[in-house]
Each structure stands twice: as C-alpha cells, then as structure tokens.
Design a protein around this ligand. Structure first.
Ligand code: 5GP
Ligand code: MN
Length: 316
C-alpha cells in the first residue's frame, strides 16, 4: 500500500481505468481515487469503455469514453479490473503509460502492473481505496458517498458472504463522514426501470432448472432485449436472482453482447465460481465470477450445464 501511495503521489498525470461494463464498485472507486489525486493537484481522466450505467449517474463524475481519444498518460491505474483483457480497447492506454498501477480485489488477479495492490479479502475495491485515504491521512469528505456506493453494490447491501466486520467498520466511518446510506441504496437497489422488470419476468419464466434443483440457468438474447426494451445493464442482477431460488447452488446467466456471449455466475457454497470461470478464460470471486466466450448461446448453455454437473461430481 505504501509503495502504491508514493507511486500515486509521483504521478505527473493519470488515467484511471475501471474494467469494461463498469459496475458500481468500479465506477465509485474510480471517482473516489480521482478525488484523492485532485487533492494532490494531479490532473486525471477516468476513461470508460462505454458510457456510464444510468443507475450510477447519481454519483456524478466526469468520464471520457474510447471515442474521446485520451492521450497515453504518465501513470495509468487499473481499478477493480481482474486482468488486462478486461481493459478491452483501452489496453494501449495502460500498456503505453510510464507507470502502471493495479488496485483490485479479484482473487484471480495475477498482477499486471508495476505496483499491484490486490486484496481478495476486501469486499470491494472501494474498501481498498478507503484504506488508501486512511494511509494518506486524508479525510473522506466528498469521497465518502462514492466509496459507500462501492461497498454497498459489491456486497449486495452488505448481504453477500464477502461482507466482513472490516467492511462494516469502513461503511460506518463513511457514514460518519457524510455518506447518505438511505439515498444511495434507494438509487442503486430500489429504482428499477419497468423494462428491467419486464426482462426479469421473461427470464425467470424461461429459465432451466437442473441437477435436482441445484442449478438455475437462463439466457438473454439480443432479441429478448429488444422485445422487452431492456438494456444490457438491466441484466446484471439476474444471475443473483437465479442463485436466490431456494435449493439452488449455482445460478448462471448467459447473454449475447456485441457478437459474444457473456457468462455471469453466482454460487452459494459448493462451487468456486472464479475457478470454474477461469477454465474458459474468465475470473472473479469465489461466489461471483464471469467470462466472455464466442459461439452459439444455446450450445454454450448446454456446455455450461454439463460442466457444472461434472464440477458437482468432483465436489459432492
Ligand atoms: P458479473 O457476473 O457481475 O459480470 O461479474 C462477477 C464478477 O466476475 C465481477 O467481479 C467481475 O469483475 C468478474 N468477471 C466477470 N466477467 C469476467 C471476465 O470475463 N473475466 C474476468 N477475469 N472476470 C470477470
Ligand atoms: Mn469490485
């Protein structure tokens, strides 16, 4: 952490890069880190692969996207990004930088920068960044709400098993520093667009239950998205919903995206989702992981079901 802190302070200018399809933790961590750099007078840009998700717009923040042709910085910081491939088209911005830093909490992160702080015991990357504020002796102030948002989104409102006593202590400090918990939770959990709920209904209606009720798998095709009017960001909670059916150990959502298939997996107790997804090029956490593959969605659905069955065989 100390090496990271001094590397950050030495940055002449910085580009902050969250993983593609940036979620609450990724966006919020970038915003908070930017506020820290600003206090030290370091100019920075947060560069995203695609425009920010609408449910995170309440956080504010200025973002550049790919089209903005951000110049290669002195220091590039990959945030909440499990591997270099998850930087997508922005990889040259990272690779070209003089100093490459990695701040992350994914267990599958092998470290792909000059200085890497990867702490899989942290519930969210925001928890690590909160530690950075502490170490730097900087008050949270305007970073309190974004950091709290990172914690709350990656822990599903402090319900997931990644939530630790430390997470709750950090959350308490952030609330004391002004993070408005009720308002943040309302924005990220309780204000769902109608299209998202319509999509949810269709997916739950069509899902497949197998392995004696232990596995729930569903697909979202481009056609289903246009039928329901939902967008890609409306799919991010569906694997958790599948996992949340009583008796289900593993929930998997497969969705078509940009000609590829995005796999999203949630597990309860038996399967290591990160290890499972790593076998086809993905990664993540023990209970929540994902991967991106090429091919036909229904073929992959059968393949995933088969592989989960085999994995149960090894574990049960
Ligand atoms: P989600 O299912 O919400 O897309 O992702 C669950 C977790 O797995 C997140 O922490 C995410 O960063 C990680 N993850 C999702 N897709 C991939 C992937 O293609 N590669 C890697 N390394 N991690 C992924
Ligand atoms: Mn995260």
């Amino acid at each position: 952490m100390k090496t990271l802190l001094s590397a950050l302070k030495k940055a002449e200018n910085a580009v902050i890069l969250p993983h593609k399809s940036a979620d609450g933790d990724a966006i919020a961590s970038c915003i908070a880190l930017g506020k820290l750099l600003l206090r030290w007078g370091i100019p920075y840009t947060i560069c995203l692969e695609e425009p920010v998700r609408s449910d995170l717009a309440f956080l504010g923040g200025d973002f550049a996207v790919l089209e903005d042709r951000v110049p290669v910085p002195h220091t590039a910081i990959a945030v909440d990004c499990g591997d270099a491939a998850r930087l997508g088209e922005r990889l040259p911005l990272f690779e070209g930088a003089k100093v490459k830093l990695v701040i992350d909490h994914h267990v599958t992160n092998e470290g792909f920068g000059d200085v890497c702080v990867v702490d899989p015991s942290a519930a969210a990357t925001a928890e690590i960044i909160a530690g950075l504020f502490d170490l730097a002796g900087e008050p949270f102030e305007d970073a309190a709400s974004p950091l709290y948002t990172g914690l709350v989104t990656d822990t599903g409102g402090f319900r997931f098993s990644n939530t630790t006593p430390k997470t709750l202590r950090v959350a308490a400090q952030l609330m004391e520093a002004g993070a408005e918990s009720g308002k943040i939770c309302l924005a990220v959990f309780e204000e769902n667009p109608l299209e998202k709920i319509r999509l949810e209904a269709a997916v739950m209606h069509e899902m497949t239950i197998c392995h004696n009720g232990k596995t729930a798998v569903a697909t979202v095709t481009e056609a289903l998205l246009s039928e329901t009017g939902a967008s890609d960001e409306d799919t991010s909670h569906l694997s958790g919903l599948l996992r949340g059916i009583r008796g289900v150990e593993t929930g998997v959502l497969l969705r078509e995206k940009d000609g590829q298939i995005k796999i999203s997996m949630r597990t309860s107790q038996v399967l290591d989702a990160a290890a499972f997804c790593k076998t086809f090029g993905g990664g993540g956490h023990a209970r929540a992981a994902g991967a991106t593959v090429e091919g036909d969605i229904s073929v992959w659905k059968e393949e995933i079901i088969k592989r989960i069955g085999e994995a149960y065989g090894r574990h049960c």
